[in-house]
Design a binder for this molecule. Sequence first.
Ligand SMILES: [Cu+2]
Length: 390
Amino acid sequence: MTSLLVLIILVLLSIAIWQLTKIFDLTQIGQKSKNSQVANDNDNNVQGYLMFGFLAFIYITTIVCFVKYGNLPLIDNSASEHGPLIDNLMIISMILIFIVQTITQALLHYFAFKYRGKKNQKAFYLADNNKLEFIWSSIPAIVLAVLIFYGLYAWNDIMFVDKEQEENAIIIELYAKQFGWEARYSGKDNALGKANVRYIEGVNTVGVDLEDPNAQDDIVVNELHLPKGKRVIFKIRSQDVLHSAYMPHFRAQMNCVPGMVTNFSFTPNKTTLEMRETEAMLAKVDNINKIRQNKNKQLIAEGKTPLDPYTFDYLLLCNKICGASHYNMQMKIVVDTPQEFKAWLKDKPTLVAAVKAANAAEKDQSNPDAVKDSTTTTIDSTAVAVVVIK
Ligand SMILES: [Cu+2]
């Protein structure tokens, strides 16, 4: 609220200043010599020094940002095997941008200052200089080519899954919809059953074809568990609009497109517990909890419920603005050791079993008289009734 008020005041102030200058201009009518639209040496000098001033401004801003926020290295602590590859690409790009930006801005503003307008001075006409053009075309071309080839190499390395890797990987479907995620494990056969939005009904919320033999052991959950050190192949679908499956700690992102299946695969290499214990994460969590503690003082003073302390968890987020609750479209990811993962998955009922149980429960609810009647009519059915009550 305060920032909005400040913003409004700033806008009003600028309008006031603008109007004042217009009034000032009007008072100058008649004094032609001062109101010339042609820049004189004085104007050129002012503009020249302003150029230098602006250069100083962007350099000081850069240095202040580095000191205050530049927690180098720019990005690290990834939790997947391919993570360092993406991080390196990011760091190399950022360092290159930084060097190029520092040099070109200095040259741009220095030349604007040095060659500012002077009375009776004419610009020198230079038609072309092949040597110069060769240098300033080839340097960016070489740098960009190296960056692009390195990027392509990284992309192929991440996206290409060979036959052997595919056979040893586990296949998980991520299903996106406004505004949440569901995950489907392919079960013992490691093959997902066919699915289509037309099959969505009741507890079959991801639209699995329950007749498909591959679908018989599929398991649908609302919390994603992944085993450490095992490649996971994600098959990604969307129910409604474009979403984007974004798992920042694993340096993974892939669009979820309605009507088609997209893929991404990675190997997690840090369990949730291991990640919580890393130095970078401990410092981050500490920092968040300090902010929360300060906020809690204010909340308690206002008689509101204080915030819980933060503990780190991996997240699957949506990274496409897909509607009103996009900001809250997330699912918790837990990276377990392979043993923990097996134990977790073992007790989960298959979707087919869940659908059967739901149908049976619905039948009982819609027809309670059937049980009551049978208890009064035949001896055999009393046994059934007892079982049902139990
Ligand atoms: Cu979304």
